[in-house]
Design a protein around this ligand. Structure first.
Ligand code: ADP
Ligand code: ADP
Length: 216
């Protein structure tokens, strides 16, 4: 099944903390859903369940694990590999052919705006550019579902705004399902087709607000 679906999903950690209760959420291809809410309301837990880093304890989580791309706050690039070789990593692990890898890598690098930086190393890049490389690496394997965990938290305001602009363009063109956790309501509204507001302990979905003007 394309997309991501939570049905009456609950999560109780082994120490007895109930982090989520009765979460119903559907993220379909072409939807970019942001999750906002106070610290401790279960946003990270929701992403961990979607990514299978943790397993839910009640209800259902439906997602094709092979279609997942997970973008963390600190872009996890290998320092000894150039941008090109970093972006190629997932294709290499999957055993794609050389020509296919080269084509996918260049396409992804162009899409995220890193053309010309193929042979740079991570330490030669700004934080925003490292994040772009990290997104490019995900794009090479045609993910169906993108998960973002506060990906721009460590960036300065200008890099953040530029990345927001470019991501919005990129995600408008491609038909991913995206679930995006952020502390910034402005960012959520800017990027999303829908903003999900979470609250409480255990965390629940309080409200779902469509953003009709995000994707004209
Ligand atoms: P948020 O991302 O919104 O800050 P979290 O998903 O990190 O919220 O946490 C939700 C709740 O679950 C909090 O009460 C937190 O203390 C608790 N929690 C998170 N991770 C664990 C864990 N590994 N073990 C026990 N409790 C946890
Ligand atoms: P981003 O939003 O991608 O983080 P930055 O504000 O960090 O953008 O950088 C703006 C521009 O400066 C980049 O698009 C790039 O052209 C250039 N730049 C940043 N870091 C470097 C670097 N280490 N070497 C060369 N050019 C750089």
């Amino acid at each position: 099944a394309a997309g991501l679906r939570f049905v009456s999903t609950g999560m109780e950690y082994p120490d007895g903390t109930v982090a989520l209760e009765g979460v119903d959420l559907d993220v379909r291809p072409g939807q970019f859903v942001s999750v906002v809410g106070p610290s401790g309301c279960g946003k990270s837990t929701l992403l961990r369940l979607a990514s299978r880093l943790e397993h839910h304890t009640s209800g259902e989580v439906a997602v094709d694990p092979h279609a997942l791309a997970y973008v963390f706050q600190d872009a996890t690039l290998l320092p000894w590999r150039s941008v090109k070789k970093n972006v190629a990593l997932f294709c290499e692990l999957r055993g794609d052919g050389k020509a296919d890898i080269a084509r996918r890598v260049q396409e992804a690098i162009d899409l995220v705006g890193l053309t010309g930086f193929e042979n740079h190393y991570p330490h030669q890049l700004s934080g925003g550019m490292r994040m772009r490389a990290s997104v490019a690496r995900c794009l090479t394997v045609d993910p169906g579902v993108f998960l973002f965990d506060e990906p721009f938290g460590a960036l300065d305001e200008i890099s953040r705004q530029k990345l927001n602009d470019d991501l919005q363009t990129l995600f408008h063109a491609q038909k991913f399902a995206a679930l995006f956790v952020t502390h910034s309501i402005a960012e959520a509204v800017y990027l999303s087709t829908e903003v999900v507001v979470m609250s409480g302990r255990p965390g629940r979905i309080l409200d779902r607000v469509p953003v009709p003007f995000a994707y004209p």
